[in-house]
Write a protein that binds this ligand. Structure first.
Ligand code: DGY
Length: 528
């Protein structure tokens, strides 16, 4: 018998991490929502080849649709084709595939053209789950390309600069990292990749390919997780540190406000590019950017390629709930993969990380507010910021039942204040800004993680509410980077890859499988 997940008894979490959200939960469209049908021009004026490819081979489409429907019916989730047609958001599925192809730069998917023109780490890991729905080989390729940028010490950079672009700042010249092995940043991002490898492996239609990819990717995943503990928890606390807000993925979260109060250095003159693409009211402020750059230049001056040094010299060192929750969840999935490969020693090593992680999370619980909080490691204080990452310990499975009850109580209060959940911070907090990046807007990937965690703890109604809200938002506003929780308007980047991937892999999975294959075919690397 396989060893039990060491945390299962603590909190009722089970190892079946993908199960409940894999199939037809996303098929309802709330009746209040008007389906917006974006025109081809809306989607990708620059992609005539794609438009052409979508229009052709109707015969193939009929074939693939039949084949995919057959597969769905045989799994027993959908009773009839009519039922699928009634509920499927066909247009958004087609748009999502279209956006993924449009943002495919040749084995890697840019998060959004112009705004983010390289391969971003956690974006890519999420995006691979979207590719898996209709082009499995391409999904594996996304992860392989990400790990082609892995450093010798195991770190996987936040951005891999596969080719030049002048639409983003700070690019490779500012980072000035040695090519090890590709041009990249010198910091990392939330370790989602093990989740994706498990997802791809569990849902494969080509077990031989999946086995081969697992064997080659597993040691790379393991090296990255080991790096996290060695480089970012040298004091063995059970939770890891981030040294730059960009490592959290939640760049301008209010959780960093206090920790970012170090003095701004005299910086070389620079021009931001993000404001060429997105209105400044939706982006971090100039002062925040100056601090991002201050950290970058300090790391560079201190030879930031020596992680053991960076941990001690950084003026910003925090325990981030997002990174730590994802790391624990990723450890569980890595463990699941290790069991498949019969690597018992590694299972033991991962069990140690899980057990000490569970202990480590205890220091992040704030009983007064009934929320988990990020922590400044330099001052030892919990960050006074109620952010949506507070609910991610449910996704990690490290919250106790009592904590889960308090969390859901808070979540219900938050949802009562907005039309669409989950806002990235408590809407009653004076710092709440519904349009500014991580200070209020809804992010679909956070919704997936929160809803998935809620379901594991048995809060199905809340999980459904979040899923329905995600469906409403994408139906109403399209594949935007994030969304205003009050109006439901889209914000930030457009044609955003991970929002598309979430529609395919989570929100519209049955329909995506049914109609996804028809849009496959030869890979088209636009802008190559
Ligand atoms: C940025 O703006 O470059 C960040 O890495 C995105 O999170």
């Amino acid at each position: 018998m396989a060893p039990q997940d060491p945390l299962a008894e603590n909190n009722g979490y089970t190892l079946d991490s993908q199960g409940p959200d894999s199939f037809p939960l996303g098929m309802k469209i709330p009746s209040t929502v008007k389906v917006r049908r974006p025109s081809a021009a809306d989607l990708a004026p620059q992609s005539p080849i794609l438009a052409e490819s979508l229009a052709k081979s109707p015969v193939d489409r009929v074939f693939w649709r039949k084949r995919s429907l057959h597969r769905l019916f045989s799994l027993g989730n959908i009773k009839s084709e009519q039922e699928l047609d009634e509920h499927a958001r066909t247009q958004i599925v087609e748009d999502s595939i279209y956006v993924m192809r449009m943002n495919d730069f040749g084995g890697y998917t840019v998060p959004a053209q112009g705004l983010y023109p390289f391969q971003w780490n956690w974006d890519s890991a999420i995006v691979s789950a979207g590719w898996a729905v209709f082009d499995e080989a391409r999904a594996w390729e996304e992860l392989e390309k990400l790990f082609s940028g892995q450093w010798e010490d195991g770190m996987v950079p936040s951005i891999v600069f596969h080719r030049p672009s002048n639409t983003y700042f700070p690019g490779p010249d500012i980072w000035g990292t040695p090519q090890k092995p590709s041009k990249s940043t010198g910091i990392t991002q939330p370790p989602v990749a093990a989740l994706s490898v498990r997802f791809l492996y569990e849902h494969t239609e080509n077990p031989e390919l999946a086995e081969q990819k697992l064997v080659s990717l597993f040691p790379k995943l393991l090296a990255w997780h080991r790096w996290w503990y060695k480089a970012r928890d040298p004091e063995n606390t059970g939770v890891v540190a981030i040294l730059h807000p960009w490592e959290s993925g939640m760049d301008n979260s209010p959780a960093w406000d206090e920790s970012m109060k170090f003095p701004i250095d005299k910086l070389p003159r620079y021009v931001r590019c993000d404001l060429n693409h997105v209105d400044s009211c939706m982006r971090p402020t100039q002062e925040t950017y100056d601090r991002y750059l201050t950290l970058l230049h300090r790391f560079k001056a201190a030879n930031f390629y020596d992680p053991s040094r960076l941990y001690w010299i950084s003026p910003f060192r925090v325990t981030d709930l997002c990174v730590n929750s994802i790391l624990i969840r990723a450890n569980r999935d890595l463990r699941w993969l290790a069991l498949r490969l019969e690597k018992d020693d590694i299972v033991k090593e991962i069990d140690e990380w899980l057990n000490k992680g569970f202990e480590g999370f205890k220091q992040l619980w704030d009983e007064d507010s009934g929320l988990f909080k990020c922590k400044d490691q330099l001052t030892g204080k919990l960050a006074n910021a109620p952010i949506s990452a507070a609910f991610l310990p449910l996704f990690a499975g490290v919250a106790t039942k009592e904590q889960a009850d308090k969390l859901t109580h808070n979540l219900e209060r938050w949802l009562g204040q907005v039309n669409y959940g989950v806002p990235s911070m408590d809407p009653e907090d004076h710092r709440f800004e519904p349009l500014r990046y991580w200070r209020g807007p809804v992010w679909i990937i956070m919704n997936w993680m929160i809803s998935n965690g809620l379901r594991h703890y048995g809060y199905d109604e809340l999980a459904d509410r979040i899923k329905d809200d995600s469906i409403s938002l994408t139906t109403k506003a399209g594949l935007r980077e994030y969304f205003d929780p009050l109006t439901g308007d889209g914000a930030g980047g457009r044609n955003f890859s991970w929002t598309a991937a979430m529609c395919l892999a989570w929100l519209d999975r049955p329909a995506a499988i049914a109609i996804g294959h028809k849009m496959s075919g030869p890979k088209k690397h636009l802008n190559a």
